[in-house]
Design a binder for this molecule. Structure first.
Ligand code: ADP
Ligand code: MG
Ligand code: MG
Length: 209
């Protein structure tokens, strides 16, 4: 594993930052339906700090992500700060342990999902970012298992992430702040499921051919 993997990760972090900056208002609006309205600002703070903390840092892809995850948690705060931060860190540790070919990326994605689940306890159907991430990881694994390279596997798994994010619209929130308002959360997408889709889309653009 070379530092070129680190460059790709830095590129992905910058793309994720641009993406959540463009969606900051939308994510805030979604979070205001049954939460406290800060999801857009938290995501922007998190990725800004993650980009700053890894600029000019010459580590492997995994090492850059581990550093980015810690910076993200510190800056973003809130439930999603801790969840995204631990997912980013676990993804980095997974890449360092398993490599960056498609099967290695799949194992690292599974580690990220496991980190989110053990920290937050959410399952598919609870109206959280897990509703986007879990089907994405599953779809990525199917492509990776049949020999598709990481970049293409990531692109095709985005369809499952989109369907997962859309599925949250009809759900009632069962986790986090929005769970207190239950029924009021039905009828609009979960903010974290929405930001996860945008982040996965942006990150995919940075995977080398
Ligand atoms: P906070 O609720 O602390 O203000 P954010 O608004 O930034 O945090 O993030 C809210 C998002 O975090 C939700 O839309 C949901 O996707 C995600 N979330 C909250 N709690 C959990 C949990 N226990 N497991 C998984 N995701 C969660
Ligand atoms: Mg919030
Ligand atoms: Mg908050």
């Amino acid at each position: 594993e070379t530092t070129s993997g680190g460059d790709a990760v830095r590129d992905g972090l910058r793309r994720a930052l641009e993406s959540v900056e463009g969606a900051e208002e939308e994510l805030g609006r979604l979070d205001a339906v049954a939460g406290d309205g800060d999801h857009g600002s938290g995501m922007v703070r998190g990725f800004r700090r993650a980009v700053e903390a890894t600029e000019g840092y010459g580590g492997t892809a995994g090492a850059v992500l581990v550093r980015a995850g810690a910076a993200f948690s510190d800056a973003a705060g809130g439930a999603s700060g801790a969840l995204y931060g631990s997912a980013i860190t676990a993804f980095g540790q997974g890449l360092d342990a398993n490599g960056t070919d498609a099967p290695g990326v799949h194992r690292a994605l599974e580690d990220a999902l496991k980190a989110v689940r053990s920290l937050g306890g959410a399952e598919v159907g609870d109206k959280t970012l897990v509703d986007t991430l879990a089907p994405f990881v599953g779809a990525f694994g199917e492509s990776a298992g049949s020999g598709v390279p990481a970049r293409e596997a990531w692109q095709s798994a985005l369809a499952a992430a989109e369907a997962g994010a859309a599925s949250t619209e009809d759900m009632i929130s069962a986790r986090g702040r929005a769970a207190k308002l239950g029924e009021r959360s039905r009828g609009s997408r979960d903010p974290g499921a929405t930001s996860m889709l945008y982040v996965l889309r942006a990150a995919g653009e940075a995977i080398p051919q």
